[in-house]
Write a protein that binds this ligand. Structure first.
Ligand code: HEM
Ligand SMILES: [Cu+2]
Length: 543
């Protein structure tokens, strides 16, 4: 059991994250109903208002709060109780972020910020919405500083001992987050806030989108890295195996830092104003991410196979059978991993310039990220909460809750297969994302989309029922489950693995290379954007 004070900090983050998940899921369900044509929203709620709530609460708030709660718990577990300054800074960050989240949610509900979670200009929200976002970001920076500070003190007190793998990965994740959110902070502080207050009339849309996607792609790795932490560090312990290699795990995290930032243009492949050469360059860097991804897949399957063989599994695939499929702590993240195989293949399609033209802004894209963030990442996070919540509240995961967790995972997988499958297919037929219900004056093409949009509603209903089940399990584990000792599974490294080179903890080197890659990928295109700046735009409110 970690120190009670650290457990409380972690629980505070998890609580906000689950509230956001619940409200966001209600919005998601209603969206699928509206798009099926079956339901009309009461006049005062707009479709895009719901969609903004859904995107902000799930993609930005649920994920970030969950991740911070998980990282704090794991840091306290592996480096020991938080020192006073890091813990206090963490609470300060929590308060700021929660204030920002509350303010943003109220503005969305008041219909003052219906700009979707990407808040593209020239859509213009109330200045308070952007100010709320600044609070979330700056609060999260305080958390980053607090984790770095903990690591720094730990390193100096242990005379530079090799840091625990979990904590190293946490520091890397927060480094990635910090570098990425600099772009977000720049566009919000320098562009959106002065423009929405009225200090300036016009905004440069091209620059604002470029800064957004400078942040938006590493954002997806900020979601994924904590899921990988569960796969690399937690899963080996749960299945009774060992971590394949500490050095390989750290190296893959270094590569994720390097290759997930200077690649934002793959979200702007159809953006005029950026030359093909630079798009091509960033697409190459994008595909480099395949290297650490396959390293991760390789070492996970190596762990599964060695653990299985140790249990006496025979034959080429006998080890699959002896994996603990009935243990939800394994089953949920494992389903997430399996879903990542088609999801990753879809990502390669999205990032390819020519194929991107087919799927750009269609429901295919929505289908894609419901497989990645809303399945791979979400299922791994659900798998974590089944042991983390009772661990933090001094309770246990009962066999009944384990079973409900397995049912929850199956429901999520089926619901998502239906919803995301329908989105992928109808996207290929050209159905646009981010549109309310319409038949385009009964155009035959659009009428053909309707059955798929009904399938989306069927999948969405199953997903929503799964969310209700999850909320019940989480509530039970937090307040009702029998008291007892739960394990925070932290794997040990295989004895035969190579020892970890110290260069992997040379932060100056990795952050330096990261900065260099960013400068190479962005300086010249940014220069072009400023030199040939398009006319700025005033703000629009279409809602
Ligand atoms: C109850 C489960 C869920 C349902 C029924 C659902 C449904 C939907 C639907 C129908 C859309 C597309 C709307 C459109 O483009 O017109 C959408 C968009 C989106 N969803 Fe979900 N979703 C669910 C869970 C999640 C989760 C768990 C996440 C992330 C962790 C997520 C993230 C997003 C994002 C980022 C968008 C894009 C918003 C935008 O285009 O501005 N969803 N969802
Ligand atoms: Cu991307």
């Amino acid at each position: 059991m970690i120190d009670k004070r650290d457990a409380n900090l972690s629980l505070a983050f998890l609580t906000v994250s689950f509230i956001a998940l619940f409200i966001g899921a209600i919005a998601g369900l209603l969206q699928t109903f509206v798009r099926s044509g079956a339901v009309e929203l009461p006049l005062s709620i707009g479709y895009y208002q719901l969609l903004t709530a859904h995107g902000v609460l799930l993609a930005l708030i649920f994920t970030t709060f969950f991740i911070l709660g998980f990282l704090y718990a794991g840091i306290s577990k592996t480096m020991g109780t938080l020192y006073d300054v890091p813990r206090r800074t963490g609470w300060l960050g929590f308060v700021m972020m929660t204030f920002g989240t509350g303010l943003a949610t109220v503005l969305i509900l008041l219909n003052k910020a219906t700009v979707l979670y990407t808040f593209y200009a020239p859509l213009q929200a109330s200045p308070w919405f952007y100010i709320a976002l600044v609070h979330v970001v700056v609060g999260s920076w305080l958390c980053a500083f607090s984790m770095w500070n903990q690591y720094y003190i730990w390193k100096s007190r242990t005379k530079n001992k090799l840091s625990p793998l979990f904590s190293y990965m946490a520091v890397m994740t927060m480094t990635l987050w910090f570098v990425a959110t600099l772009g977000l902070a720049a566009t919000v502080l320098l562009q959106f806030i002065p423009w929405s207050i009225g200090w300036v009339d016009k905004i440069d849309i091209l620059i604002s989108r470029t800064l957004f996607w400078y942040f938006g792609h590493p954002l997806v790795y900020f979601w994924l890295l904590p899921a990988y932490m569960c796969w690399y560090v937690v899963i080996p312990k749960i299945i009774g195996g060992k971590i394949f290699s500490d050095a390989l795990a750290r190296l893959s995290f270094v590569l994720f830092l390097l290759f997930s930032i200077p690649v934002g243009f793959h979200h702007q492949l159809l953006e005029p104003g950026i030359s093909h050469t630079w798009k091509f360059f960033q697409v190459i860097l994008t595909f480099m991410v395949i290297v650490p991804s396959l390293m991760t897949a390789f070492s996970m399957f190596a762990v599964f196979e060695t653990a299985g063989r140790k249990k006496g599994a025979k034959g080429l695939f006998g080890w699959i059978k002896v994996l603990p499929w009935r243990d939800v702590r394994f089953f949920a993240p494992m389903m997430g991993m399996l879903i990542f195989i088609p999801a990753g293949a879809g990502g390669i399609i999205n990032a390819s310039h020519q194929l991107n033209q087919v799927i750009h802004n269609t429901l295919w894209v929505t289908g894609h990220f419901h497989l990645t963030v809303a399945s791979t990442v979400a299922l791994t996070f659900f798998g974590i909460c089944y042991w983390l919540i009772p661990y933090l509240t001094g309770r246990t995961l009962t066999p009944r809750m384990n079973k409900l967790g397995i049912i929850q995972t199956i429901m999520w997988t089926i619901g998502m297969a239906i919803m995301s499958g329908a989105m992928h297919i109808v996207g290929l037929f050209g159905a646009p994302r981010r549109t309310s219900y319409t038949t385009y004056a009964d155009h035959s093409l659009a009428v053909d989309w309707i059955p798929y949009q009904i399938a989306m509603a069927v999948g969405g209903t199953i997903l929503f029922l799964a969310i209700i089940l999850l909320m019940y399990i989480v509530w039970f584990l937090a307040f009702k489950a029998p008291k007892g000792l739960m394990d925070f599974p932290v794997g040990e490294v295989e004895e035969s693995a190579v020892s970890t080179p110290v260069i992997l903890e040379n932060w100056k080197l990795w952050v330096g290379i990261c900065a260099m890659l960013i400068l190479i990928a962005y300086t010249i295109p940014f220069g072009h954007m400023i030199e040939h700046a398009p006319p700025g735009s005033s703000g629009y409110k279409f809602w």
